[in-house]
Design a protein around this ligand. Structure first.
Ligand code: AP5
Ligand code: MG
Length: 198
């Protein structure tokens, strides 16, 4: 049973590393960003509320996001563990998660923070846009310079305090997210005490 949080600014590699961990541990990636984008695409009530906020690069309300995670975490595939990608993002969300887990007598194994310079984040966003267009797919509405600036600011103001929150609980593990993808994965597995090629 592995319960992890991947913490890091937009473009840090949370999604990329989550997918590697899904392979390694056979547990699902719970990405609130992906779940919200599905809701927006479906035009559900949550999606209708979230769309404008997301397009601007601001955070969706704690109430909406906590509700989504509370439902998702109860699904069968999450019973043997999960990787939270992009949740929690505020201290309020972290407290709500603590309550959810405590109600089931569960705890977190680790909170992995991916550290990446702001200049590199901007380059990665631009590259993701170019790669997406090259594949003929639709670019994320919030992958533009203005929304990305807002996303970075939201991270600094609302999410960065979570590092201290989890450090205070002895759960924070920091990884250099500037390294190539495979090396970052190796570092994450090493700190979880896993052999790199199981
Ligand atoms: P979300 O979907 O979570 O987006 P984000 O946090 O802004 O991060 P990204 O998905 O852009 O980046 P990532 O860290 O996953 O990096 P990736 O692996 O893709 O959230 C979107 C929006 O939804 C929010 O703004 C908010 O509105 C809402 N939302 C979501 N969760 C919420 C919550 N809990 N509360 C409130 N609102 C919420 O990598 C990025 C690029 O870099 C890729 O092209 C990749 O190939 C490349 N790359 C990755 N790793 C490396 C590496 N090591 N070296 C070089 N390139 C790399
Ligand atoms: Mg992502």
């Amino acid at each position: 049973m592995m319960k992890l949080i991947l913490l890091g600014p937009p473009g840090a590699g949370k999604g990329t590393q989550s997918q590697r961990l899904v392979q390694q541990f056979g547990i699902p990636q719970l990405s609130t960003g992906d779940m919200l984008r599905v809701a927006v695409a479906a035009g559900s009530p949550v999606g209708l509320q979230a769309k404008t906020v997301m397009d601007r690069g601001e955070l969706v309300s704690d109430a909406i996001v906590v509700g989504i995670v509370a439902d998702r975490i109860l699904q069968q595939d999450a019973s043997r563990g999960f990787i939270l990608d992009g949740f929690p993002r505020t201290v309020g969300q972290a407290e709500a998660l603590d309550t959810m887990l405590a109600e089931r007598s569960l705890g977190l194994d680790a909170v992995i923070e991916l550290k990446v310079d702001e200049a590199a984040l901007i380059d990665r966003m631009a590259k993701r846009v170019a790669d997406t267009l090259a594949r003929g797919e639709t670019v994320r509405k919030d992958d533009n310079p203005l929304s990305f600036k807002t996303r970075l600011e939201a991270y600094r103001v609302q999410t960065a305090p979570l590092s201290a929150y989890y450090a205070g609980r002895g759960l924070l593990r920091t990884v250099d997210g500037m390294k190539p993808v495979d090396e970052v994965t190796g570092d994450v597995l090493a700190l979880l005490g896993e052999p790199a090629d199981r």
